[in-house]
Design a protein around this ligand. Structure first.
Ligand code: HAM
Length: 422
């Protein structure tokens, strides 16, 4: 019979990985707490309409990449391909805007997009991100961009580059798209089929095309949206960049940056790292002042970003094996009686010191148990055989110094002072 394997584009995280993930997640939780952001968790699947309305039907995500199905009750459901729309749905549903004028929210969760898997691109992947819902002011954009930059600095990621742009308020979108269509009409036949379709349906999505020929045509012919934004939009953008200057956040103004989701207005930004290779976007985000209203809520401005967890691990340069200790003490026992006593003593040590103690349950030889202790990377091995039991002692071996000492069994649980523990 064939072995069943994990689905293409998905990955298992084994104990050596999850230790590392948890460390990183803890740093993210702390980082968010010191910035006053509260964690939100939404369901893995949602009504498909949420993403059609939220992200936009013509985006790559919605038109090509969603995992959607009709369930036994006839409901159309989708595994979330992003978290901004679900967070806004929850914000509206729980009337969070009535609780406080500004809701600062963050998440660390899994997402699903049926993309072509490659390094840094999976079909199930994870993001951490923030959504600040309630402020229309540039200070909020600057806070979000600063946080995105600072968290990568905290993690020591090298080769960071921030790209920022403004695609203006929603009002300028139609006049700009008309200008864009005019500019491209004479070269329309040279564009790929998808782009030709997009010209009339949703011309902003032309910029998402990965075809180099289309990109070249756009480079030569397409006007920049930034050149069409209003004076107010420009002064909003100017204020965002002024704060970033003040905060010492380096950035480049990239007039081509429109981002691949329909909900953005005003500020858009991305942070890349030269350490990443082809999929070089660490995170992306921007302002989305119309989304709350489009999803049925009261008109409320918002801004946020989301960051790929897998890409963060690649940027660390250690997306492979991690050497971490999985326990503090290995309780090596030989013989039935010693093993039984060992169980009791191991529990006593756990309860007293809160350290991790692993007991032997495979009845292995001394050599095999020592090998296991090494694999787990423990600091101490407690050796208890029937001889030791008779003498009322256990041998404690310090794995760093290889020193051994005999400890009376009634003193054993008090003996341990593992690094960082009482
Ligand atoms: P996004 O640009 O689609 O934006 O995704 C954000 C980040 O998620 C990317 O920069 C990348 O690091 C990671 N990512 C995206 N797709 C994959 C994949 N297939 N495999 C691994 N990592 C991936 C959003 O999702 C918006 N919701 C961001 C946002 C929040 N805008 C405002 N608030």
């Amino acid at each position: 019979m064939d072995n069943i394997r994990s689905v293409k584009g998905t990955k298992d995280l084994l104990p050596h990985d999850t230790i590392h993930w948890r460390e990183v997640e803890n740093i993210i939780h702390q980082f968010m707490a010191v910035h006053g952001y509260g964690e939100i968790r939404t369901p893995v699947f949602e009504d498909t309409k949420l993403f059609h309305r939220g992200i936009g039907k013509d985006t790559d995500i919605v038109s090509k990449e969603m995992y959607s199905w009709t369930d036994q009750g006839g409901d159309n459901l989708t595994l979330r391909p992003e978290l901004t729309a679900p967070v806004v749905r929850a914000y509206i549903q729980h009337q969070m805007g009535t609780l406080r004028p500004l809701n600062r929210l963050y998440y660390i969760d899994s997402l699903f997009r049926r993309e072509r898997p490659q390094k840094g691109r999976q079909r199930e992947f994870h993001q951490f991100g923030i959504e600040a819902i309630g402020s229309p002011h540039p200070e909020q954009d600057a806070e979000v961009i600063t946080m995105a930059y600072k968290i990568y600095e905290t993690f020591g990621i090298k080769g960071l580059s921030v790209k920022i742009n403004s695609i203006g308020s929603a009002e300028i979108r139609e006049p700009y798209l008309a200008t864009l269509r005019d500019a491209l009409n004479s070269v329309k036949s040279a564009l790929c089929n998808t782009c030709q379709n997009r010209i009339d349906k949703n011309a902003l999505r032309l910029f998402d095309c990965k075809n180099p020929a289309c990109q070249e045509i756009l480079d030569k012919n397409a006007p920049f949206i930034f050149d069409h934004i209003t004076d107010n939009d420009r002064s909003h953008f100017g204020r965002v960049t002024a704060i970033l200057d003040e905060m010492g956040i380096p950035y480049d103004h990239d007039r081509k940056l429109v981002r691949g989701l329909d909900y953005y207005t005003h500020t858009t930004f991305e942070i890349t790292s030269s350490t990443l290779g082809a999929q070089d976007a660490l995170c992306g985000g921007g302002r989305y002042d119309k989304l709350v209203e489009e999803l049925g809520g009261k008109s409320t401005p918002a801004v946020g970003f989301a960051a790929g967890m897998e890409r963060l691990f690649i940027a660390f340069g250690d997306d492979g094996e991690h050497e971490h200790s999985l326990a503090d003490i290995y309780f090596l026992t030989l013989g039935e009686k010693a093993t039984q006593k060992g169980f009791v003593l191991a529990e006593e040590i756990r309860e007293k010191h809160g350290v991790s103690v692993v007991s032997e349950t495979l009845q292995r030889s001394m050599k095999a148990q020592m090998r296991e202790a090494n694999r787990l990377g423990v600091q101490f091995v407690v050796i208890l055989g029937d001889n030791e039991l008779e003498k009322g002692i256990a041998v404690v071996k310090n794995m760093d110094s290889s020193e051994q000492e005999e400890i009376p069994l009634d003193k054993l649980s008090d003996h341990f002072m593992v690094d960082g523990q009482e």
